[in-house]
Write a protein that binds this ligand. Structure first.
Ligand SMILES: O=C(O)[C@H]1O[C@H](OP(=O)(O)OP(=O)(O)OC[C@H]2O[C@@H](n3ccc(=O)[nH]c3=O)[C@H](O)[C@@H]2O)[C@H](O)[C@@H](O)[C@@H]1O
Length: 433
């Protein structure tokens, strides 16, 4: 017990001459205790800061962050699946990486490419912005036609680099995005995460790939924002976005310019105009109007000031798919290699619309006829949450350069949508909440 007596009551009173070894050991002991104590305090503060309440925790606040979870990928069996899905099966076919392949447009484009013999590999993070079971059902559909979807995020550059190591993609069809105009007010950071950071992450990997792929990607009609000159032409100003969603798509167009200019990436942006159809997005008006009319719930129909009509250039998904394929077919090769530009590369932007706007109230009338149910219409003032009063595409550039010619009117397209909706949700699936 004598050694206990050697320990002074206060460290400052420790007598040096007793034993330098004991002194050093004790000092080390105390420092360690202090360090442990302060580490606990520090960790405690971090925990309190992050988990105080859901609203103060950025990780819980932002659904897109859920897409940062780790995914299982890699290994010989996985690489075999990737290679086989991306294998070209037609003469002069492409090998295309489709991002957002479990999304609405992504599924349709992937299936169309596969049908004509191109190699297609999908990539999707299956986030829960809307019912993920619909994305899983689309995935099952694609799997049956031989398209494999890798589960991962476009922000994961390690995964992207791996995909380019396994497959020398000739093209990238970039459709992964945070969509929806109104949701941008609820969750702004998810738009920055997917539409800006995700795009940069993808382009950065593409620029270093050898060979560099040609890239076609989804911009949006929303970039026209407060533009009042109709129909919207690619030459019109796009510097007055009305929503953060539109601003991130516009930023995407500028980012595309940069990667084209510095690295020689061939880039084509497609401004989609309110795409609808079977396997569509439950957050879009035509989709939840259908659900709510069938449920007997009232539907909010927006109108502008002084009973002004709100209208959209609704575009059927098959027409959009034709535009996407034509953009891929006419895309020139990127000119860079190993991250260095070798010469000027193609940079294009096209409107893909239907070029015949329809008032939202007419859309509802068509749905009423198809569903044989009268809608409970709740006419509301157009909220100031990012919506614009009308959209109308001038498609002459796409017509001239892509041979784009939409052929489905709203009546015909909605008929196909309703047929799909009824069969999908009566087949054991419950209507998307
Ligand atoms: O064209 C585009 O770029 C955009 O098209 C759609 O956006 P939006 O046209 O606003 O489509 P919906 O949200 O389906 O709205 C369609 C129409 O219904 C109206 N609406 C919407 C919701 C509602 O409750 N009531 C209502 O009358 C809107 O004002 C709009 O005129 C997509 O949601 C965007 O992701 C896409 O980028």
């Amino acid at each position: 017990m004598s050694h206990l007596n050697d320990i002074p009551s206060t460290p400052g009173k420790f007598k040096m001459e007793k034993s330098p070894y004991v002194h050093n050991r004790l000092r080390w002991h105390f420092s360690l205790a202090k360090l442990t104590f302060w580490s606990f305090i520090f960790l405690g503060l971090i925990v309190v800061f992050f988990f105080r309440s859901p609203s103060s925790n950025p990780l819980l606040q932002d659904p897109s962050r859920r897409s940062l979870r780790t995914y299982n990928w890699g290994g010989p069996a996985w690489e075999k699946q990737v290679r086989s899905s991306a294998r070209i099966r037609s003469r002069n076919g492409f090998s295309v990486l489709v991002t957002g392949a479990a999304g609405f447009v992504g599924t349709h484009v992937s299936a169309a490419l596969k049908r004509r013999g191109d190699g297609v590999l999908g990539l999707d993070n299956f986030n829960d912005y809307y019912d993920p079971s619909l994305k899983r059902a689309r995935q099952a559909l694609l799997e049956r036609s031989g398209v494999f979807i890798v589960e991962g995020d476009i922000n994961d550059s390690v995964l992207l680099r791996k995909l380019f190591e396994v497959v020398a993609f000739t093209h990238v069809m970039h459709l992964a995005a945070q969509a929806g105009v109104r949701y941008a007010m609820e969750n702004p950071s998810s738009y920055v995460h997917s539409n800006i950071a995700g795009l940069v992450s993808l382009l950065d990997v593409c620029k270093s790939a050898n060979p560099q792929p040609a890239i076609v990607w989804a911009s949006s009609s929303s970039v026209y924002g407060l533009n009042t000159k109709v129909p919207f032409s690619e030459r019109d100003r796009t510097d007055q976005p009305a929503s953060l969603y539109a601003a991130t798509k516009k930023a995407g167009e500028e980012i595309a310019h940069t990667y084209n200019h510095i690295y020689g990436l061939s880039l084509t942006g497609l401004r989609f105009f309110t795409v609808y159809g079977p396997w569509g997005r439950p957050d879009m008006a035509y989709f939840f109007f259908t659900r709510d009319i069938l449920k007997g719930k009232s539907i909010p129909i927006f109108e502008a000031a002084n009973h002004g009509t709100v209208a959209r250039d609704f575009t059927y998904v098959d027409d959009i798919v034709k535009g996407c394929l034509a953009a891929l077919d006419t895309a020139e090769k990127s000119t860079g290699s190993g991250g260095k530009k070798k010469g000027p590369a193609q940079l294009r932007v096209y409107n893909l619309g239907n070029t015949s706007p329809v008032p939202v109230s007419d859309l509802v009338s068509i749905l009423e006829k198809l569903l044989k149910v009268n809608a409970k219409r709740n006419i509301m003032k157009l909220p100031r949450n990012g919506d614009v009063q009308f959209t109308h595409a001038n498609i002459s550039l796409a017509q001239r350069e892509l041979g784009y010619k939409p052929s489905t009117d709203l009546q015909t397209g909605l008929k196909k949508f309703v047929r799909w909706y009824v069969s999908y949700y009566s087949g054991g699936k419950k209507a998307a909440g």
